[in-house]
Design a binder for this molecule. Structure first.
Ligand SMILES: C[S@@+](CC[C@H](N)C(=O)[O-])C[C@H]1O[C@@H](n2cnc3c(N)ncnc32)[C@H](O)[C@@H]1O
Length: 246
């Protein structure tokens, strides 16, 4: 069995590119409208948001726990400086300067598997933001993990590889587990391997309280898919914007 993203890194952009592009453009438009100069992307993955910000002449920083994702991010962004694009945990990474926007996109925060880590992470984000800074992130909900993950399957393939994703809910630990079952054609043979991805979530009220306790002055939350009100038995992903000043 491999660490999460050890295999996925090489195929990540092929599989998720269109969804990433849409969200990244949305974040760029917020940055442009609000006259932002700098951004730090936590759990930056393959660095496509950083690439977009760099292209728009904004100072960009990022970290990811996976060295394989950072390898691809270095190719995508052409950034080689390890302080700017770092293999580091989001709960501890500090960019070399304070930034206007911190982001954490596409479930990256859900890889933090308990409330203590979310709390530590929010304190870290608060500490690296300018006085007018804001934190933009999305997270999958407890409803999604508990009710929608069990039995959920997704399949992707091309002629050189196939990926079957199977999700389950671990009731005793209250976490979602997604098994990535890979078949990859290498040197004339098909190789099989597996990655285990684990997601935890918190009630939206707890997330809000933790952000306010970390020092954020105000927090907006919406359903990430509809952009409208959140319903506890319907919403699978929540979009959050937390502001350092009210
Ligand atoms: C679903 S991917 C999202 C990548 C990217 N943000 C995007 O929008 O495509 C989740 C990323 O979070 C990273 N990650 C998970 N736990 C992390 C941690 N504790 N610190 C930093 N990165 C982490 C993973 O390695 C992975 O690259």
């Amino acid at each position: 069995m491999k660490l999460p993203y050890n295999i996925f890194a090489a195929y990540y952009d092929t599989i998720t590119r269109s969804a990433q592009d849409e969200r990244n453009k949305m974040i760029l438009s917020i940055a442009k409208n609000e006259g932002v100069n700098s951004i730090c992307d936590f759990g930056c993955g393959t660095g496509l948001l950083m690439k977009l910000f760099k292209k728009n002449n904004l100072n960009t920083f990022g970290c990811d726990l996976s060295d394989k994702m950072i390898e691809i991010a270095k190719i995508n962004t052409l950034i080689q400086d390890d302080r700017i694009l770092s293999v580091e945990d989001m709960t501890t990474y500090k960019p070399p300067q304070l930034v206007d926007i911190a982001t954490c996109n596409y479930d990256s925060i859900n890889y933090l598997l308990n409330e203590k880590l979310w709390k530590k992470y929010f304190l870290n984000v608060y500490s690296i933001l300018n006085d007018n800074g804001q934190f933009i992130f999305d997270f999958v909900t407890l409803y999604d993990i508990r009710k929608c993950w069990p039995g959920y399957k997704q399949y992707h393939e091309n002629e050189h590889w196939a990926l079957l994703r199977i999700a389950e809910y671990d009731r005793s630990n209250d976490i979602g587990i997604e098994w990535f079952n890979w078949h990859i054609y290498q040197d004339g043979v098909w190789i099989q391997d597996t990655e285990k991805h684990q997601h935890a979530s918190l009630e939206k009220e707890t997330v809000r309280d933790l952000l306010l306790s970390a020092g954020f002055a105000s927090v907006d939350m919406t359903d990430a898919d509809s952009g409208a009100e959140i319903f506890d038995n319907e919403t699978t992903r929540i979009e959050v914007r937390a502001y350092k000043k009210g």
